[in-house]
Design a protein around this ligand. Structure first.
Ligand code: C2E
Ligand code: CA
Ligand code: CA
Length: 515
């Protein structure tokens, strides 16, 4: 009983402190009723019950919007992480003191970078200010909205009685709609999209801190961004478990990158006309002490999410060039090593200098390095840093391979612009090509087009002798696949290449003998 009375007194204190505001006023009716009864008995209770509605109606103080006013709590419009945590702590304590709920909503705005590119930094800054005032206009007066970074906004809701999932989803949708409304700025229309993650205090344990509420909203926001654009996600306990697991894996993969457990294995590529090795593709493998050989499908996403693809690229490139030099020294004839480059690696501003420097360090010429770029990346990046890097790497003399060709929509103009040397025809067009008429026709058309455009071709995922034979017959220049060899560690390559050279020599001797 004492705890209930204390909670109700807390509500009254808050009520006196903030004034009567919005529908929350209704929240104080039970508090006032209890207090009135406690202080003055039945008569006082009746007086309050009759008088209060009249006061509320007279003040007309319902749902006062924030009207784009600046942050009313003394915090500035832009806060750092420390202040954000303090604000979240204060918000949670305030709501707990009155036995009500609070919530943290994070809004990540997408599109500012493009606005900065087209209209300059001032235009992007104006959009940030507009976004903040739009958020504040959608909120109630005592809710708080501030900016945490160039594109992230933090909202802390004032104590409320009902902050369940449905209410928070509705509010988040309203916030998103307001941010995404097209804005006319300096005579042109600007468009933003917003991902939203939130965490309501009712979902947290009783002893959770405001910083934990904020961290949970960050987890939900990351989930929304992953599913974006314009996704909204609520935090849940399952999300935290998945997040924890992801974080552990991230730490483990990071350590593996640092201590050399992640390294490339190499898969040979064969020239169909001579049978000799025309190159090898470097494919990342995690040599895990307990789990054995882990394929990239199980760790690339983690590295991508952690923004560690550039580090992976550096590690794979260094190992690949070291391998190429060691094969040269062993007297093998392996003309080129091809490395897969992700979208984010290709965005790096000084990628070309870095690669040139690495090649010089290893005493290798640029044509000895192949750059494998996914067709989807070329199709999606006609301009900007990705396009610039690919063009400059081609100009440097590196070989540009268009990976998974047939799965994206690269135009013929793009093939020319990026100076693509070779199309790597995706495995889906190669499988059963010797037994499937449609597959055969499709592949013949692709090879014909490449021939007319002066591009070399490589068929990926060649698994059978029949596929290999037909591809040679159709004029495909190179083949790669389990039917020739599976990816293997650097030192196994030496034995394989020697055996392969012997096999070709034997076949040639047989051929000459038959003539
Ligand atoms: P990808 O570049 O298309 O590489 C070919 C994939 O097909 C490799 O899988 C290879 O092991 C597999 N493969 C080769 N021949 C055959 C075959 O005959 N049949 C079948 N079923 N599969 C075959 P892996 O090594 O698991 O790599 C998967 C993807 O991961 C690669 O696809 C590439 O996109 C990415 N990846 C691998 N290493 C790296 C890396 O170092 N950096 C980046 N950015 N991506 C990488
Ligand atoms: Ca590849
Ligand atoms: Ca491929």
């Amino acid at each position: 009983m004492k705890a209930a009375i204390n909670a109700q007194i807390g509500k009254i204190r808050l009520f006196l402190h903030r004034g009567l505001n919005g529908p929350q006023a209704l929240a104080f009716l039970p508090a006032l009723a209890l207090a009135a009864f406690w202080l003055g008995g039945e008569t006082f209770l009746i007086a309050v019950a009759l008088g209060l509605p009249a006061v509320i109606l007279l003040t007309g103080n319902f749902a006062i919007p924030n009207n784009g006013q600046s942050e009313p709590s003394g915090y500035s419009d832009v806060v750092n992480n420390l202040t954000a945590n303090k604000m979240a702590d204060a918000s949670l304590s305030q709501s707990r003191a009155v036995s009500m709920a609070s919530a943290c909503i994070l809004v990540e705005v997408d599109g500012l970078e493009e606005i900065a590119q087209r209209g300059g930094d001032a235009a992007a800054e104006a959009m940030r200010d507009l976004t903040l005032s739009r958020l504040r206009n959608t909120l109630r007066r005592d809710d708080r909205a501030v900016r945490m970074s160039d594109s992230r906004f933090l909202i802390l809701l004032a104590p409320s009685i009902r902050l369940d999932l449905e209410a928070l989803l509705q509010l988040s949708t309203r916030l998103q709609t307001s941010v995404e409304e097209p804005a006319s700025l300096e005579n042109s229309m600007r468009y933003l999209s917003a991902s939203i993650g939130f965490c309501g205090s009712p979902r947290l344990p009783d002893d959770a801190t405001g910083a934990q509420m904020l961290e949970s909203a960050v987890v939900a926001l990351n989930e929304a961004i992953k599913n974006g654009p314009s996704a909204i996600r609520a935090w849940s306990e399952n999300m935290r478990a998945a997040h924890k697991e992801q974080q552990n894996l991230r730490t483990e993969v990071d350590r593996a990158l640092a201590n050399g457990q992640i390294q490339p294995w190499f898969q040979p590529q064969i020239c169909t006309s001579t049978g000799s090795i025309s190159g090898v593709e470097a494919l990342a493998r995690w040599i895990h002490p307990e789990r054995g050989i882990v394929p990239p499908a199980q760790f690339l996403r983690v590295l991508e999410d952690a923004g560690r693809m550039e580090r992976l690229g550096e590690v794979i490139l260094q190992h690949s060039l070291t391998a190429l030099r060691s094969w040269d020294q062993a007297g093998l004839d392996i003309p080129r090593v091809s490395v897969n480059f992700s979208d984010s690696e290709l965005r790096e501003p000084n990628l070309v200098q870095k690669i040139q420097w690495e090649l010089d360090r290893f005493g290798l010429t640029p044509p000895r390095l192949g750059i494998e770029v996914l067709e989807t990346v070329i199709a999606g990046s006609p301009e900007g840093s990705v396009a610039r890097n690919i063009v400059e790497l081609g100009e440097l003399g590196c070989h540009i391979d268009l990976d998974d060709f047939g799965t994206g929509h690269a135009s013929i103009t793009a093939l020319r612009k990026f100076k693509v040397h070779r199309l790597k025809i995706d495995r889906s067009f190669v499988t059963r090509v010797d037994r499937d008429e449609d597959q055969h026709r499709m592949l013949a058309a692709v090879l014909g087009m490449a021939d007319r455009l002066g591009l070399e071709t490589l068929a990926e995922g060649v698994e059978s002798v029949g596929e290999h034979a037909l591809l040679s017959q159709l004029g495909c220049d190179h083949v790669q696949g389990f039917g020739i060899a599976r990816p293997m560690p650097v030192d196994q390559m030496v034995d394989w290449a020697k055996e392969h050279a012997n096999r070709i020599e034997g076949a040639q001797r047989l051929g000459r003998g038959a003539k």
